[in-house]
Design a protein around this ligand. Structure first.
Ligand SMILES: Cc1cc2nc3c(=O)[nH]c(=O)nc-3n(C[C@H](O)[C@H](O)[C@H](O)COP(=O)(O)OP(=O)(O)OC[C@H]3O[C@@H](n4cnc5c(N)ncnc54)[C@H](O)[C@@H]3O)c2cc1C
Length: 466
């Protein structure tokens, strides 16, 4: 019987360094590059994320056609798609990347009951069960996790698998559904070439300054690779291998340390994936159960103002408007707005988590949940509850000239820098001379930070003692 191998594409939309594709090619007489459109995931996906996914798949299809193949699209749920495929293809083996979210694990368990599903690795570099404490328990604190993570050798460029040339044909007569059109442009070009160019240009121009510039919101000091890693247009192995080469070649401890900081960010990604794998309950509530009874405020209007970038705190509003416009937000911004929602507005972090998932182009359940629980102080290795960002100081420090604010909150762009951060400090007279009125041209602050800070300290304390 002819060997039909299915390459079930999920978070590995790439031809380069794809372990699953290589495994699926072994002995394959026919290869079916398959993407299943899961209604459940599509319904939840942010417009930009959906657009990025669809444009990346369209590009992959082009690349496959150049190699004598084609992308096959089927409508989910996966179980149904495979049932219908198996009616056409008698002897099929399914190859896929192991994925670690509760949704993916549940789906894959179901598929394994009836089909021959074989996993390769590649969503992260180290499997969640391969970085454990001596007693076999998972780590819940980042630094010791990271130390153990680095004990194993890092990949080198020689480990990166090349994209295959010609591919085996599709079985005759196999039909494909059509790929839906994206509703809006994604903003980030969905091609492997773009992912690899971004990585190269970041390594060439930025990585040696990463630690010093990554928090500056007015600069482009980070790689902006997150959507590409999210959907696997580039492998984490390639990112680690190339960063490691840069670290070996860097001159001086300072530069090496800047590069290490970037690699550590990739390890955070692995850490949060492992946390979600070992503690799937974090999707439903705080990791630290002593915080399950925090009395969050029910404040739909405040939540809406936060979502719309209308809180009256310029740095918060700039970040939230960047998210609405581009689907992406700077990491420092994510921390600022998450702290603001949970600690200034005392609104449950889960509301922010789901707003981010509904809007982020790189929305990833593990990193997003980890980031929110870190910010709310309820997570594994979280910011302590009493560390409450002052949104004005954060803005002044990380956007010193107010340029980021001016870009995203244009109604403040004509004001002198000090007022861009604190428009309420402008006298009425000065406002008049600048034709600017607080409350009309830009909202009044939703809360008084000092008051809000105390309210949060009290709420967290009473949750712990209650
Ligand atoms: C509240 C909150 C929510 C977040 N939600 C997400 C999310 O849904 N998806 C997501 O990919 N990241 C998320 N992050 C992490 C981080 O903000 C983004 O990964 C980063 O801003 C992406 O920009 P970059 O590619 O330029 O990152 P770089 O600074 O260039 O970092 C390189 C890569 O490392 C990974 N990374 C960096 N920081 C983190 C981190 N703290 N946790 C996990 N991975 C990290 C990303 O894959 C990133 O692309 C969140 C952070 C917070 C505080």
């Amino acid at each position: 019987m002819s060997q039909i191998n299915i390459w079930w594409i999920r978070r590995d939309i790439r031809l380069n360094d794809n372990q699953t594709l290589h495994a699926a090619l072994e002995g394959a007489e026919y290869l079916v590059p398959l993407f299943i459109i899961e209604p459940e995931l599509m319904a939840e996906a942010a417009l930009k994320r959906r657009a990025f996914l669809l444009s990346s798949l369209a590009e992959l299809d082009q690349q496959l056609r150049k190699r004598g193949s084609q992308l096959i699209i089927r409508q989910g749920p996966a179980r149904k798609a495979f049932q219908s495929l198996s009616e056409d293809l008698e002897d099929m083996a399914i190859y896929s990347h192991e994925d670690f979210s509760p949704f993916a694990r549940h789906r894959d368990e179901e598929i394994k009951v009836n089909f021959n599903l074989k996993f390769s690795q590649g969503v992260v570099l180290r499997h969640p069960t391969s970085v454990l404490k001596n007693d076999g328990d998972p780590y819940v604190v980042f630094t010791p996790y990271k130390n153990t993570w680095y004990e194993k050798p890092l990949p080198t460029p020689a480990d990166i698998l090349p994209a295959p040339g010609r591919l085996p044909p599709l079985p005759e007569g196999l039909k494909t559904d059509s790929l839906p059109e994206a509703d809006a442009p994604a903003g980030f070009p969905g091609t492997e070439e773009e992912a690899r160019n971004r990585l190269s240009s970041f390594i060439e121009n930025e990585i040696e300054k990463y630690q010093s510039r990554r928090d500056r919101m007015d600069l482009e000091g980070t790689s902006q690779l997150s959507p590409y890693l999210r959907f696997g247009l580039i492998s984490p192995r390639e990112a680690f291998a190339k960063a490691q080469v840069a670290r070996i070649q860097a001159k001086g401890d300072q530069k090496r340390s800047e590069i290490s900081t970037w690699m550590d960010e990739l390890v955070w990604r692995e850490f949060y994936t492992a946390i979600l794998y070992h503690f799937p309950r974090v999707m439903d509530g705080p990791f630290r159960e002593d915080y399950k009874d925090i009395r969050w405020r029910y404040a739909p209007e405040d939540l809406q103002a936060w979502q719309a970038g209308q809180t009256g705190f310029p740095i918060v509003d700039a970040c939230m408007r960047q998210l609405l416009n581009t689907g992406w937000m700077h990491n420092r911004g994510r921390m600022i707005v998450a702290s603001f929602l949970t600690k200034d507005l005392l609104i449950n972090w889960q509301k922010g988590e789901s707003w981010f998932m509904a809007n982020l182009i790189d929305g990833d359940p593990a990193a997003n949940n980890g980031g929110w629980q870190w910010s709310a102080g309820t997570g594994t290795d979280a910011a302590p509850y009493f560390r409450i960002f002052n949104p004005v100081l954060q803005g002044q420090k990380h956007d010193p000239d107010g340029e980021y604010i001016a870009r995203w909150v244009p109604e403040l762009s004509e004001l002198p820098v000090k007022y861009r951060h604190e428009p309420w400090k402008m006298s009425q007279e000065e406002g008049k001379s600048r034709n600017f009125k607080l409350g009309k041209d830009y909202p009044q602050r939703l809360v008084d930070h000092k008051f809000a800070r105390q309210r949060t300290l009290d709420a967290y304390k009473s949750a712990r003692s209650g």
